[in-house]
Structures are given as structure tokens and as C-alpha cells.
Write a protein of this length. Structure first.
Length: 250
């Protein structure tokens, strides 16, 4: 169930859909506010305290869904679930690359939307609790990539790398199991907080973004390799293995 603080902002120009979502989500324990164009969506996102934003790609006004997403990512860490056209891979990929936490294609089953919302909120709530509790620093180094799981810091050849929360969790799983294949099912469950469904390429887009941010290793080789029909593997460098140690350095 949602907590009293879970307020959803739905930004969609389809007023009937907004009304239907409100009728469905409020009994599930959420407070729902709506906006019907990009400008109004940005104004509400700026002045309100929302647990998650449900954002349609196609919006009237000066800012479409991508413009609204860009503004949100520049000003806050509020999770964003994007609504895209059915079968439009471009919308989904662009949204994820710009920092959306998840997506859902129209038309959709309200139960599926509710499940996605809860998965995103569980993940963001867990991350907030870990930060507030001050997790013990567990360090992992694979080649020239270093991770501090406690402070959520990533360094590449000693220089900090800016990752989203999803990218950090993804890299964390791959680094701590470097040299081993991690399945797409495992990654989707742990990173996105939901089961992998047919034709769901979300985790692949996040891996692609992570690859771009890290770049090739010192030998020009790809750090994260696809394992056909299975998942991904963080390749151990030829010249060095991985090192994991706890707060006491052991």
C-alpha cells in the first residue's frame, strides 16, 4: 500500500485518461494531481512534492514530454514513468536515455501501471533509507573502475562518474559479480524492481547508457559484454582482477 506521502503527478493531455487514473489510483492509497500540457506540468512539478511523475510523451504547448523530463532531471530526483505510443521503440529508448525510470506503452492495463508505480517507489524508498542510514562503505575495484557502495560514488581512473540511481545499481550488480554472467531477469528484478516481460528492453537501454559513460577499458575493449540469450558480464581486465573490501579495508 502507498503511504500518505505518496502523491502522483499525472501529466497527460487526455483528460478522460487522467480522470480514470485518479479513480483507479486513489483507492490504492495515492493522492493524484494532474496537468494537461508541458508548461503546466513543469509548474506543478516545480511547486509540488511528488513521489512520482507519470508523464506522457506527446504533450501540447512549448514543452513535450521530453522537455518536461529534461527539466525534471535538471532540478530534482523525482522518479518519472513515461507513457509512450504502443510499439514505438524510439520513444521508449529516448525517454530512458534522458533519465526516465521506467515506461509503459499505451493502451495499458491499470493494474500494470500500478505495479510499475509500486516497483519504482520501492526502489527509490530503499535508496533513500540506505542513504539516510549511512550504509557501511563497501568498496569494489575492477581495473580502473572503483565503487564505494556506501557513498554511492563511482570513479574511473580516479575521476568521478555521474550515474543515475538505476545505472549505479546496475553497475553495482555487474562489478560485484565481475567475470560472471548476470541474467537479464536478475538485473530487471534487482535494478527495476519488477519481473522481466517479453519484448521489454529497458535493462538493455540502461546497459547501453552505462557503456557510453564508462567507455572502453585501457586496452580498448568493451567493459560490459552481452551474453547471447542470457544477460551481461562485466569483463575482468587481463592485467588485474577485482578487489572487494569492507569498511576496515579488509
Amino acid at each position: 500500500m502507498a503511504t500518505p506521502m505518496d502523491t502522483i503527478l499525472v501529466i497527460d493531455d487526455d483528460r478522460d485518461l487522467c480522470d480514470l487514473l485518479g479513480e483507479y489510483l486513489r483507492p490504492a492509497g495515492f493522492k493524484v494531481e494532474t496537468a494537461h500540457d508541458g508548461d503546466q506540468g513543469i509548474e506543478k512539478a516545480m511547486t509540488g512534492n511528488f513521489s512520482i511523475v507519470i508523464l506522457d510523451v506527446m504533450l501540447p504547448g512549448r514543452h513535450d514530454g521530453y522537455g518536461v523530463l529534461k527539466w525534471i532531471r535538471a532540478h530534482c530526483n523525482t522518479p518519472v514513468l513515461m507513457l509512450t505510443a504502443l510499439g514505438d521503440d524510439v520513444d521508449r529508448i529516448v525517454g530512458l536515455e534522458m533519465g526516465a525510470d521506467d515506461y509503459l506503452s499505451k493502451p495499458f492495463n491499470p493494474r500494470e501501471l500500478l505495479a510499475r508505480i509500486r516497483a519504482v517507489l520501492r526502489r527509490s524508498s530503499r535508496e533513500a533509507r540506505e542513504i539516510a542510514a549511512g550504509m557501511p562503505s563497501v568498496h569494489c575495484r575492477v581495473g580502473d573502475v572503483e565503487m564505494d557502495a556506501g557513498t554511492r560514488a563511482i570513479a574511473l581512473s580516479g575521476k568521478p562518474v555521474d550515474l543515475t540511481a538505476v545505472e549505479f545499481k546496475l553497475l553495482e550488480m555487474l562489478l560485484f559479480r565481475a567475470g560472471q554472467t548476470v541474467t537479464r531477469e536478475e538485473l530487471t528484478g534487482a535494478v527495476l524492481g519488477r519481473p522481466l516481460t517479453p519484448y521489454d528492453r529497458s535493462i538493455d537501454v540502461h546497459v547501453s547508457k552505462l557503456r557510453k559513460k564508462l567507455g572502453p577499458d585501457r586496452n580498448g575493449m568493451e567493459r560490459i559484454k552481452s551474453v547471447r540469450g542470457s544477460g551481461y558480464i562485466y569483463v575482468l581486465p587481463l592485467s588485474a582482477g577485482s578487489l572487494i573490501h569492507g569498511p576496515d579495508g579488509t
